[in-house]
Design a protein around this ligand. Structure first.
Ligand SMILES: [Zn+2]
Length: 118
């Protein structure tokens, strides 16, 4: 897999976890001690996210930031030729199955980074 795509997936995963902590857990936290721990964990995640984001190339980083600012998930799985970000068919005939994730591609409809699952 392309190193940048791997990085994007890692960033997206951490971001999803961060949102989960912020939206769900933190709002319902009853214990003050635990709330502090969650706040600390979010801070640590933010640091890690910042570090990971600096490892993106300029072009990919900019594209990623644009989507992240809009609250979009930047990477969409592609299953049987359908982008699961926008549910439109994407052109996948260009590369062999194994080679697809070795390049960073964007959906021509929604612009998300494509992660080919099958
Ligand atoms: Zn799409």
């Amino acid at each position: 897999m392309h190193a940048q795509l791997e990085l994007l997936l890692e960033i997206q995963d951490l971001r999803t976890q961060r949102h989960g902590m912020e939206d769900g857990t933190l709002a319902d936290v009853e214990s003050d001690v635990f709330a502090v721990e969650v706040a600390d964990a979010i801070e640590i995640l933010d640091e890690k996210l910042g570090e990971l984001e600096t490892r993106l190339t300029e072009e990919i980083g900019e594209r990623y930031s644009r989507m992240a600012r809009k609250g979009m998930r930047a990477v969409a799985p592609v299953i049987k030729g359908i982008c699961y970000g926008c549910f439109m068919a994407v052109a996948t005939a260009r590369a062999s199955e194994a080679g697809r994730n070795s390049r960073v591609e964007n959906c021509e409809h929604c612009g998300r980074f494509l992660y080919h699952v099958v």
